[in-house]
Ligand binder design. Structure first.
Ligand code: SF4
Length: 359
């Protein structure tokens, strides 16, 4: 497919809205060619598009391989799905007893109070749902989900995800956290977010105040390239850390973005400098229209092995893959090939084996 970026020097965001959403806006910013605006809007009808202009300024439009652009600028390839790509690649739906809640592992649940994100990543594994009003859980869905958590004493951890939970207003987020704080069998909360990276100005003292509940809250920051970690992002991380909210990170291993040892080393080292512990490196999921980002597991393993000894253990996340179909994550370092050597054998947390084919 043709690449829809064009060569100009700097994004021109003056006089544009604070969040770029349409082909016309991206073209006016110099991030895509004028004649790519139509196909960009076609992609936007299918998969949400939003790039805060703060983040857009990190893109070098003169570089057709810019790693920030690859993550956020729509690409015509998204309109083509392969046979092994799925609408729900990690099987959220089969593990969802209620709208807005996923119960995959006994002691923890995912709670999705919103499906809005500050930016829409082109490789997103929930790309069929995020930013789509029809899929968003309602206030009643959240009440039902909180009742469910209250009625299941085996649940110890609630992971707020979505969408991006920090897209909620301070008041809504604070009210939700306080309701969860009342549930006696919970021992901690987690917030999965891209906000400190995509919209660092959202991290305010009012937000930090609303995160002050009795349950410990851990934040998992989604970031894939050291260039995303600007001074503003560093300040946002410092505010969270100083507010008593420890930070871990999760990154996705993406072809064309961070698929080399140098880029990964820079990312993980910078995170540790910012007091963010690299936690997960995800093998890319098989979401529809995302094949351009995928590496093979062998390629990913070779990269991760090459980091050993090169960077401190503190800088090394666990490389994991989600078993398609809803069976959870597996650390890739422990997996092996099937007897015929053609596929990978993944063992889920309940001991069931799954074959993972790559072609
Ligand atoms: S921030 Fe997360 S949920 Fe939102 S589009 Fe990016 S990967 Fe998907």
């Amino acid at each position: 497919m043709h690449n829809i970026m064009r060569s100009v020097t700097l994004p021109n965001i003056a006089n544009l809205p604070t969040v770029l959403r349409t082909g016309r806006q991206l073209a006016d910013a110099g991030l895509i060619a004028d004649d790519a605006a139509k196909v960009t809007d076609l992609i936007g009808k299918r998969y949400s598009v939003a790039i805060p202009n703060q983040l857009a300024t990190l893109i070098n439009p003169a570089d057709p391989k810019d790693p920030i652009a690859q993550q956020f600028i729509p690409n015509a390839d998204e309109l083509f799905a392969l046979d092994d790509e799925h609408e729900d690649p990690i099987g959220d739906d089969v593990r969802s007893p209620l709208r807005g809640l996923v119960h995959r592992y006994p002691d923890r649940v995912l709670l999705m109070p919103t499906l809005s994100c500050p930016v829409y990543c082109r490789y997103c594994f929930r790309r069929e749902k995020v930013g789509r009003d029809a899929a968003s859980p309602s206030a009643a869905d959240m009440e039902n989900a909180i009742d469910y958590i209250g009625n299941h004493s085996e649940i110890r951890e609630v992971i707020l995800t979505g969408g991006d939970p920090l897209s909620l207003s301070d008041n809504r987020l604070g009210a939700l956290l306080r309701e969860l704080d009342e549930i006696p069998h919970l021992s901690n909360l987690r917030i999965h977010t891209r906000v400190p990276v995509a919209l660092p100005s959202r991290i305010t003292s009012k937000l930090i105040d609303n995160l002050q509940v009795n349950l410990p809250i851990w934040t998992l920051l989604h970031v894939n390239h050291a260039r995303e970690l600007t001074n503003d992002v560093a300040n946002a991380c410092a505010q969270l850390n100083q507010g008593g909210i420890p930070l871990l990170s999760q990154s996705v291993l993406l072809r064309g973005v961070n698929d080399n040892a140098k880029t990964l080393s820079e990312l993980f080292r910078r995170l540790v400098e910012l007091k963010v512990k690299p936690y997960y490196l995800h093998h890319p999921d098989r979401a529809r229209g995302t094949s351009r980002f995928r590496l093979t597991i062998r390629e990913g393993l070779n990269l991760v092995y090459s980091l050993r000894g090169r960077i401190s253990g503190l800088c090394q996340p666990t490389y994991v893959v989600d078993i398609p179909g809803g069976f959870g994550k597996v650390p890739i370092s422990g997996i092996r090939k099937t007897h015929d050597g053609k596929n990978w054998l993944l063992t889920d947390f309940e001991g069931r084996q799954h074959i993972y084919q790559e072609d």
